[in-house]
Design a protein around this ligand. Structure first.
Ligand code: CP
Length: 302
């Protein structure tokens, strides 16, 4: 178990071999979940709101027999000025075996994982930096739905500049052999991505025609400090997945979105019900991928 006892804060920490081994464990858990309880607990520490990631980690932990400690930062001593590091040291003193952490500070889980010994930290999203388990569940979904990842044409569309999902997915999918491209308003596509070997489509229709996997990103209105697009209506007209653009997709292409969806912005209401759209499959797959990851890190037999 190469990940046992380690933190997982960045997709750079997992090799392709370890990723595919994790996917095998996730498949196994999907078909034959364990029935035993484990005398270990994992803490959830979410400083930013979450529906999918938090519920997914909690369901995953329960699936493999772990106990879950839910700590609400807004009702913790953090509001009295206690640092995140001290909070983690106190959780560790209660024999918690690992902590799942989400924080708005880009790079914070990485810093904390270097400072705190013998407490694996799992990054559930840090600022605009990384969301490594979202990338794992997206790659797992591509493998299940498309049969492979290598050689797949994945286009990531939308608010790339604020997206930790995009950063983690580009790195992981390239490592697993996919061809990764991006498209979006020029104000939301960082130049840096071209240096990473990512193709940048200027023409959205060409991007839809090219891809076998279309990953739509949420317009992150809470992170946009100024106006990056004239209006959300304009964004939908120029970059949204409408039925007309849906008709440009390959017949067997799939559409992913990490959620939460802004209805009628990234995707039209009509397209949300299209069979190409795999949003809820992503959510379901996430539970088993996260259960496999927790099992590896905590040395839980499955
Ligand atoms: N995909 C994702 O991170 O969703 P939540 O913010 O609801 O966890």
């Amino acid at each position: 178990m190469p990940l046992q006892g380690k933190s997982f804060v960045n997709v750079s920490e997992i090799t392709p071999g370890e990723t595919f081994s994790l996917f095998k464990t996730a498949e196994k858990l999907m078909h034959s979940p364990p029935t035993h309880r484990v005398n270990k607990s994992v803490a959830m520490l979410f400083f930013e709101p979450s529906t999918r990631t938090r519920a997914s980690f909690e369901t995953a932990a329960n699936l493999i027999g772990l106990s879950v400690l839910n700590l609400d930062p807004s009702k913790s001593s953090v509001v009295k000025g206690e640092s995140v590091e001290d909070t983690l040291l106190n959780i560790q003193a209660m024999d918690v075996a690992a902590v799942v952490i989400r924080h708005s500070g880009s790079g914070l889980p990485d810093q904390l994982s270097k400072r705190i010994k013998n407490l694996p930290l799992i990054n559930a999203g840090d600022g605009t930096h990384q969301h490594p388990t979202q990338a794992l569940l997206d790659a797992f979904t591509i493998q299940k739905e498309r049969g492979k990842i290598e050689g797949e044409n994945v286009v990531i569309i939308g608010d790339l500049i604020h997206s930790r999902v995009a950063r983690s997915n580009i790195e992981l999918l390239q490592k697993l052999g996919a061809n990764v491209a991006v498209c979006g308003p020029s104000t939301l596509v960082p130049d840096l991505f071209e240096q990473w070997g990512v193709q940048v489509f200027r023409d959205i229709d060409q991007a839809f025609k090219w891809c076998s996997v279309c990953m739509l990103l949420r317009m992150q209105l809470e992170r946009q400090t100024s106006f990056f697009v004239p209006s959300l209506k304009e964004y939908h007209a120029r970059f949204g997945l409408t039925p007309e653009r849906g008709a440009l997709l390959m017949p067997d292409a799939i559409v992913l979105h990490p959620g939460p969806v802004n209805h009628g912005v990234e995707i039209s209401e009509k397209m949300l019900n299209d069979p190409k759209v795999r949003l809820l499959a992503q959510v379901r797959n996430g539970v088993f991928v996260r259960a496999a990851l927790l099992a590896e890190i905590l040395g839980v037999p499955v």
